[in-house]
Design a protein around this ligand. Structure first.
Ligand code: GAP
Length: 453
């Protein structure tokens, strides 16, 4: 049975400790969520898989981790100050404020009045003040995308870790947008995480690389466990493109609330490196304080063959961690009817994504020898496996299995009286519910062979 709703996912997330509403005890704050004990594990697993595929498995990408607070100049020259806005309309009768594209028939969706203002741009960037004096000049933005500090570090990375074109710089981390209508759980929020690669290529090779990255990224989401039939490509029409983009293809996912963007893959051309180079030149003209940025500031790379300086084009696969989390959860979730007429909820996550890799369950919670053996096994497995191993000492095997089906643990290991005698344990598989007796010495090999953990 796979006709579940967003409410089913929200309820599972809260009940089992994946995601909580942020600041809940004070009534919450709209568009913010916290990741709980299981959520943080799943989220970290997703991010690790991305980092590995982008950096460790390739020879042409370096990773960085940059500041969230951003000098306003960066976002002025990136074009965000001017263009990163949504048009807003106010209702003069009920004072409600709406995104212009949410208004139809020129009527307020709240009270039905036609007394509406003209649309005005509303910038989505958050500002904060820096330092002790709030004088209007001492402000910084919270970054609206992780990409910009990749561009501003272009020379630092190249000077310290040289690469010929094509090469990339990757970053994962928080981004902030003052969304007018945060909605659909963690789909559209005001504080979220992105996983972004800026891949620098020779101008003229950009379209070919754009296609390559679309293929790589759609395969990657499948490798994380998303079914191909739930993914679609959307070629963004020219009138919807961001100010920096020559072409964008979005990877869309069938969320419970509809088909929406999971990742965008944009051809950003030389827009950003070009604008920041211009920014440096402009500031040199007007400010002595910027002395240290005067020399050799051009964000370009020398072609080793022609010796010419080239401003590379950029292909940018940009994925949302939270949207990825929601897609993985939705794809893995199902409610199965069992032969005995009962139901079970299963989260069929791939083992590398599962928050708990293995649960070790003592058959009797008060049996000293069984519990000691379980702790010993748990510690041994924890030392050798990547990811969390849990000791589940509830004394109720059926309940423990149900819990671990629901949170996506691929294997449960039960330690029982027979273990004390013949050094074997039972491994119970989440998906088939089959149980196998395995020698304690062979548990690691068994887990590696069957679950790649
Ligand atoms: N650097 C390019 C960029 O930021 P974007 O399409 O605005 O492009 C990239 O954002 C990804 O970030 C989206 O595909 C989405 O997964 C995620 N994202 C954007 N806004 C979001 C929001 N308000 N809440 C959650 N995720 C968001």
């Amino acid at each position: 049975m796979n006709n579940h709703t967003m409410e089913d996912l929200v309820s599972l997330c809260k009940r089992r400790g994946f995601i909580f509403q942020s600041n809940e005890i004070y009534g919450g704050l709209q568009g913010l969520y916290d990741y709980g004990p299981l959520g943080v594990e799943l989220k970290n697993n997703l991010k690790s898989a991305w980092w590995k595929s982008m950096i460790y498995d390739r020879e042409d990408v370096e990773g960085i981790d940059t500041s969230i607070l951003t000098n306003p100049m960066v976002l002025k020259y990136s074009g965000h100050e001017e263009t990163f806005s949504d048009p807003l309309i106010d209702c003069r009768d009920c004072n409600a404020r709406w995104r212009a594209d949410h208004i139809s028939d020129n009527k307020c969706p709240g009270c039905g009045s036609s007394d509406l203002t003209d649309p005005r741009p509303f910038n989505l960037m958050f500002k904060t003040s820096v330092g002790p004096v709030e004088d209007g000049n001492s402000f910084a933005y919270l970054r609206p995308e992780t990409a910009q500090n990749i561009f501003t570090n272009f020379k630092n990375v190249l000077d310290s870790t040289p690469h010929p074109l094509p090469f990339g710089i990757a970053q994962m981390g928080k981004a902030f947008r003052n969304e007018i209508t945060p909605r659909n759980f963690i789909f559209r929020v005001r504080e979220f995480e992105q996983m972004e690669l800026e891949f620098f290529v020779k101008p003229g090779e950009d379209e070919e690389w754009h296609k390559k990255w679309i293929d790589i990224r759609i395969q990657w989401w499948q490798d994380q466990g998303i079914k191909r039939e739930n993914l679609e490509l959307y070629h963004v029409p020219s009138n919807e493109l961001s100010h920096y983009s020559k072409a964008t293809v979005d990877i869309m996912y069938k969320y419970p609330h509809g088909i929406e963007e999971l990742e965008g893959i944009a051809n950003r051309t030389d827009f950003d490196l070009g604008s920041h180079t211009k920014g440096q030149k402009d500031l040199n003209l007007t400010s002595n304080v910027m002395e240290n940025t005067r020399s050799n500031a051009k964000l370009a790379i020398q072609d080793l063959e022609t010796k010419e300086w080239v401003v590379p084009y950029v292909i940018e696969p940009s994925a949302g961690v939270d949207r990825g989390f929601l897609a993985l959860l939705n794809d893995a979730y199902s409610v199965e009817e069992l032969e005995n007429g009962k139901e079970r909820t299963v989260l069929a996550l791939k083992p590398h994504i599962s928050p708990i890799k293995v649960a070790v369950i003592p058959l009797k919670r008060n049996d000293k020898d069984i519990v000691a053996k379980s702790i010993e096994l748990k510690n041994r497995l924890q030392r050798s496996l990547t990811g969390r191993v849990l000791l589940e000492n509830t004394g109720n095997i059926g309940k423990s299995y149900r819990k671990h089906d629901e949170i996506g643990t691929p294997a449960c290991i039960t330690v029982d009286f027979q273990t004390l005698e013949d050094k074997t344990i039972t491994v119970r598989d989440r998906d088939s519910m089959d149980q196998k007796r395995v020698n304690l010495e062979e548990v690691n090999a068994f887990l590696s062979e069957n679950y790649s953990i």
